[in-house]
Design a protein around this ligand. Structure first.
Ligand code: HEM
Length: 916
């Protein structure tokens, strides 16, 4: 094995390489299960006081007991954290040896402190709050001990001043007996170890009673959607409410609502059932839904690699089952099976196995790689009672995910409406902010902002100076480093050895950044063995493709993520209709995080259009089935997630460059006539008309007009008004592009100009009418006619047949009738509205509100005749114009805004004369 795990590289070898990666990963997991599961609990003693009643056989208990009926204490609250490294190397460091070496506050100051915020661009801020929400289901070491705190000398020049920083020790394990004497220290989990939603439901009966309404199986929630709160702290009453901030308020509210929605559904199906029955089933379903969202949505977003994505799908569904998202992978699985049957199997060769050996890679690893854990026959703890581990807690210290402020936006907007420092969104303030700003606005805001990236020099400043009630100010970065040392999590290099990874051999294996290297070498006195685990992990700059964290954390992750499912009776043999109800299982299987958000916050609908993974930045997505959507859905998607999301602030409009004649090369023009999508093809640059404004529009047809299809009305459209280039360079050359969306079919597009050379010094956008046909000009200032000739014999004409052949409801027109030329005639009241002197036309247009009628549309079917004598061509043109009749009006259904999407994202196809 090299320093860095090699399986992700296999993805470069295509589908079978991905499967080779999947099998390699599964072999890795098996070896970790064999070598890295250590239990330190005394079960006979714990079991002695537990009786499993009839209910506990079919429902989750409050304290997590009786999941494993033969060992009922397993995974329950107050059971000790297990280990993923040999307990022999887990003796905690103390002040008398290395606990304070190097000084953890110095580590925090020198390697953790955030200078400039470094975002994780592939994730959104929901992903950060989600993992803390999960952590609060899984682990908690309880309140720290008040006595005898650790005193850390403050380094010279520290911003906290001089003297020492006092940090409370982890609460010791009170259940240790004489039999534990001499063994490494142990700590207890104050949450159940199970993936049972205990952050909502509590880990004991007393907390559970506080959150239940005891009516129809529901949890308590106020009429305004807020959770009841504690009088003194102002924090919500819920299963676990430590380290509270608004991200947790949002998630606790959402999944409390989800619990109640499930209970309502169950009550309708099973009206005769008791409150307890409804509660128990709703909890099972809600907890399973959260576990599924984490497995097949959050995790693939955070470790977005084709191998891990499939591994997570396999964890939940298996790839060999049928139905649901796994269908996508069926074809690939068949390819793998065919490959494995060959004597020179590619996958076996890649993995270094003898293809002729009878058992090849071993059927069990293939089974592991491909078949699901959830719903499998029996829970399997690989011979070691299930618990989460100290090493698991350690790698999930992901505090750099936090930002130092929450930016709040209006739904759909890209412009920050309010920025609130993190210290002001904690505890009581969190609930107030949720009420003031409304949850849907906050969800949208979290959906479009990035969390911090998990690297050095990116630890949130507010967490390095955090005020904790009754404790005072703490530096969480110092504490994170200190806790691993205190709890006996080995330092980085030893940690790697223990979990089957090669140790690093030099500091340069971690990073090439000279300043960081210098700090690392200074702090750890040139000794790589001293590097703290957290520091090493954050410093790992070599990460598998798509990974937000490195391979050291990943090793721990693959063990514990799988064990949370495979050891739990309610995710294995009891994940069945008799225990969950058929409706309950269907609820889990058919809901995604996007569904949950939509269910409770319908106003997020348009922002979530096309969003397949709620944890990736929400924005414009064009999913594979986009074309089949209704016209309005397509328009809303481009408008909300394209234009509004990238709107320029009024005082930050980009300068308009001159036309890039060189950019109008044949390849670009070919795209303009060949591509039919609504967004620009990769690499397409608007060499002309690069800047403008865009709005949603409707075309209101004149009843009885002679033209068919979209000429009879088009309610969902986008209109872009632009100039060809910098008016100072080439005069003012107005143009428009109109896109009419069609249900289930491609949109139709037309563009129009006043003339090729424009209107000179007249900056009034509405001074002249525009048309999709302009008379070729001898004095065409840019020579564009010549350039367009490369792709069309009639370079100054766009055809309108496509518009006439389809109606907005997608129906094809049997006998289409299209005009040859249309004219966009500015409404009389607009013609003189704006100044003709030099100014930025975008500011004019931005003042027009929704509802403004912009253009009357005239059309003629007269043949387009031209002459080599320009004056005759002009006469023909005048004749056509005077015979044209009004067919409708273009009306704004939103204001006109300037946006990056409007300027470089949206694509208006040209229909050439040849494309009739
Ligand atoms: C406003 C946000 C947050 C605050 C105020 C906060 C605060 C804290 C505090 C005070 C501790 C206990 C420190 C101690 O041992 O004395 C802690 C532990 C921890 N936090 Fe956070 N945290 C936040 C966000 C997060 C996030 C986003 C994660 C992501 C995974 C996270 C993961 C953890 C973990 C794994 C522990 C260790 C738990 C244990 O020792 O049992 N926290 N946090």
């Amino acid at each position: 094995m090299s320093v860095w795990v090699t399986w992700p590289a296999l993805t470069k070898l295509g589908t079978l390489g991905i499967f080779a990666g999947l099998i390699a990963l599964s072999l890795e997991r098996e070896s970790l299960f064999k070598n890295n599961l250590f239990d330190v609990e005394d079960y006979p003693k714990a079991n002695a006081t537990i009786t499993c009643d009839a209910r506990s056989r079919v429902a989750r208990t409050e304290d997590g007991t009786c999941n494993i009926l033969s060992n009922p204490a397993e995974g329950s609250v107050y059971r000790r954290f297990g280990r993923n490294v040999n307990p022999a190397v887990t003796r905690g460091e103390t002040e008398s040896d290395t606990l304070l070496t190097p000084n953890p506050r110095d580590v925090s100051n020198s390697l953790m402190a955030r200078g400039e915020f470094k975002p994780a661009p592939s994730l959104n801020f929901i992903a950060a709050s989600w993992i803390q929400f999960m952590i609060h289901d899984w682990v908690d070491h309880g309140a720290n001990a008040e006595n005898n705190p650790i005193q850390i000398p403050l380094p010279a020049g520290d911003s906290f001043g001089s003297g020492s920083l006092s940090v409370r020790r982890t609460q010791p394990d009170p259940t240790r007996t004489a039999a534990d004497a001499g063994k490494p220290q142990t700590y207890r989990n104050h949450n159940t170890h199970w993936w049972d939603g205990s952050q909502l439901y509590g880990s004991n009966k007393e907390t559970n009673d506080k959150v239940r309404s005891f009516v129809d199986g529901k949890l308590k929630i106020n009429a305004d959607g807020s959770l009841p709160h504690e009088l003194l702290s102002g924090k919500p009453i819920t299963g676990f409410n430590e380290n509270w901030w608004v991200g947790l308020s949002m998630l606790h509210q959402l999944f409390t609502k989800e619990h109640n929605a499930i209970a309502t559904m169950l009550k309708q199906k099973y009206p005769g059932q008791t409150d307890q029955w409804l509660y128990d089933h709703a909890r099972l379903v809600n907890a399973a839904l959260m576990a599924k969202i984490h497995t097949v949505e959050w995790t693939p977003a955070v470790i977005a690699n084709p191998v891990t994505e499939r591994a997570m799908y396999a964890n939940w569904w298996g790839l060999l089952g049928s139905g649901g998202p796994r269908d996508t992978y069926q074809q690939e699985v068949r390819a793998l099976q065919e490959d494995l049957a060959k004597s020179d199997s590619f996958v076996k060769r890649i993995l270094g196995f003898d293809p002729n050996a009878s058992d090849g890679v071993g059927s069990s690893s293939i089974d592991h790689a491909l078949s699901g854990i959830v719903g499998s026959a029996n829970p399997n703890n690989h011979g070691v009672p299930y618990s989460l581990t100290e090493e698991f807690v350690s790698v999930y210290r992901m505090h750099p995910l936090m930002r130092d402020k929450v930016d709040i936006y209006d739904i759909g907007s890209n412009l920050v409406s309010r920025s609130v420092p993190l210290p002001d969104v904690r505890d009581r303030d969190a609930e107030n902010l949720l009420a003031d700003e409304h949850p849907d606005r906050l969800w949208y805001s979290f959906g479009i902002t990035n969390p911090g990236s998990l690297t050095l020099h990116n630890y949130p400043n507010f967490l390095r100076n955090l005020s904790v009630p009754l404790v005072g100010n703490i530096d969480l970065a110092t504490i994170d480093v200190l806790r691993d040392r205190e709890r006996g999590v080995p330092r980085y290099n030893e940690f790697r050895r223990e979990i089957g990874l090669n140790p690093i051999t030099k500091f340069e294996d971690l990073t090439s950044d000279p300043a960081t290297l210098a700090q690392l070498k200074r702090l750890y006195k040139n000794d790589i063995e001293q590097i703290d685990t957290l520091v090493g992990q954050l410093a790992e700059t070599v990460r598998p493709d798509g990974f937000a964290f490195g391979e050291t954390a990943f090793q721990i992750f693959i063990m514990n993520a799988s064990r949370r499912l495979m050891t739990d009776r309610f995710y294995t043999k009891d994940y069945r209709p008799e225990v969950y109800t058929a409706e309950g299982l269907a609820w889990v299987e058919s809901s995604t995080m996007v569904d949950v958000l939509r269910r409770h916050f319908p106003d997020l609908g348009s922002s979530l259009v096309g969003v397949e993974n709620a944890f990736k930045p929400w924005g414009l997505n064009i999913p594979a089935d986009y074309e089949s959507w209704p016209a309005q859905g397509k328009m809303d998607n481009l408008w909300v997630n394209g234009a509004l999301r990238t709107q320029y602030a009024a005082d930050q409009l980009p300068a308009i460059p001159p036309v890039d004649v060189g950019g109008l090369i044949g390849a670009v023009l070919w795209k303009k006539v060949q591509e039919r999508g609504d967004v620009t093809p990769a690499g397409y640059v608007k060499a002309m008309h690069p800047n403008g404004v865009m709005a949603k529009v409707k075309f209101v047809a004149v009843a009885g007009n002679p033209y068919t299809g979209l000429f009879q009305g088009a309610n969902s459209g986008l209109l872009r008004l632009s100039v060809a280039g910098d008016p100072v360079a080439n005069g003012f050359q107005p143009g428009l592009a109109w896109k009419a969306f069609v249900d289930g079919k491609p949109s139709q597009n037309v563009s129009a100009l006043y003339s090729l050379s424009g209107q000179g010094n007249n900056y009034n956008f509405f001074a002249n009418e525009l048309s999709q046909y302009v008379v070729p000009e001898v004095n065409d200032t840019l020579g564009t006619t010549l350039l367009f000739s490369a792709v069309s014999l009639k370079p100054t004409l766009l055809r309108l047949d496509d518009f006439a052949e389809v109606a907005q409801n997608g129906q094809a027109v049997a006998t289409p009738k299209a005009p040859t030329q249309i004219y966009f005639v500015p409404k009389a009241e607009l013609r003189t509205r704006f100044s003709s002197t030099a100014h930025d036309f975008r500011n004019d247009l931005a003042t027009l509100p929704a509802g403004t009628k912009l253009y009357e549309v005239y059309a003629t079917a007269a043949e387009i005749k031209t002459s080599i004598i320009p004056s005759i061509s002009r006469t023909y043109a005048q004749q056509r114009r005077s015979g044209a009749v009004k067919v409708g009006e273009i009306e704004l259904t939103s204001p006109l805004i300037a946006s990056a999407f409007g300027d470089s994202g949206v694509f208006f196809k040209h229909q050439r004369n040849e494309d009739k």
